[in-house]
Design a protein around this ligand. Structure first.
Ligand SMILES: [Zn+2]
Length: 304
């Protein structure tokens, strides 16, 4: 519940701000509650208190349409595995995946975090008084900065992503971009809500919009790295599902997915021959997936 209602108190609807306290516990009738300071009196028992942090991504509206363009072989693999393939961030073609900024702006980032670490080391809570010399403080701050970068790089191997294109309409450009052989491509259409439900409403899978930033002027913050891309990718209008797995050393992993819930409609490529739609229908039958197969809207006849 706290995952789904993350942004607001379930009792009064108060929208949390960064730094507020949110309270998770049980009310008088033992019902779970996720509430603000003012409504905390409704709790008979408190399980956890959190300092509220906004999500690093924006949630799409529930019925927002999401598309995934793919080759037929990938579609068959989706049906056969009855699961969604999440690619490791390390194997993406875009080598900025998970990056915080441009290398030649790194100095500014480093000096910001060095100062932050210095100040944290010099001002510990009263019970942790230390007598570190300036040199020792500097060494510890530098070590923390180096660790931060190591963790950033390691996160690329333990972060797995499924990418979707958010749009009300079928996209000619996406057909070209995401299929290597246009004659044998399909597009799966779902919604944000269906994607979320089909993955079992799992709070360890984060689904949200990618934000596009100008790395010449800004950085992705520590928690944002997998939710920010360069402005030059803006046309992708990407919504992604992200999962972290420290144990998986593969280039990707399949997460169980309710395909009947996920796939609302399948479109065959505008360049596909007539028999291709029948093949897709046959494959759906073979794997027991009940879903409408439509031809691309792009091949409808015009008049002049
Ligand atoms: Zn409240």
């Amino acid at each position: 519940m706290a995952f789904e209602s993350h942004d607001a108190c379930v009792s009064c609807g108060y929208a949390f701000n960064k730094g507020d306290t949110s309270h998770l516990g049980y009310g008088n009738d033992d019902e779970p509650l996720y509430v603000c300071d003012k409504c905390a009196k409704l709790l008979k028992e408190t399980a956890i208190r959190h300092y509220f942090m906004p999500r690093p991504y924006i949630l799409p509206v529930p019925n927002s349409k999401l598309w995934r363009y793919m080759d037929f072989t990938k579609y068959v693999s989706l049906l056969a595995s009855r699961g969604l393939y999440f690619t490791s961030a390390d194997s993406f073609e875009d080598n900025y995946e998970g990056a915080k900024g441009l290398k030649n702006h790194k100095e500014k980032w480093d000096s910001h975090f060095l100062e932050f670490f210095r100040s944290a080391i010099k001002n510990p809570p009263p019970e942790y008084k230390h007598g570190l010399s300036e040199v020792e403080v500097e060494n510890q701050a530098s070590k923390l900065l180096a660790d931060l970068e190591l963790v950033g790089m390691a996160n690329k191997q333990s972060t797995f992503i499924s990418c979707w294109h958010e749009s009300e309409h079928e996209s000619e450009a996406m057909w070209r971009l995401y299929s290597s052989f246009l004659a044998n491509a399909v597009a799966v259409r779902t919604t944000y809500e269906s994607l979320y439900q089909s993955l079992g409403r799992d709070p360890s899978i984060y689904i949200g919009r990618v934000q596009y930033i100008d790395l010449k002027k800004s950085y992705a913050s520590v928690n944002d790295a997998f939710w920010r891309k360069r402005k030059s990718f803006e046309h992708e209008r990407e919504v992604r599902a992200v999962v972290h797995d420290l144990d998986c050393k593969e280039q990707g992993k399949v997460l169980t997915c309710d395909l009947d819930q996920l796939i609302e409609e399948v479109f065959v490529s505008p360049k596909a021959p007539a028999w291709f739609a029948e093949l897709v229908t046959d494959v759906n039958k073979k794997y027991g997936v009940q879903v409408a197969v439509s031809t691309s809207e792009l091949i409808e006849e015009p008049f002049f």
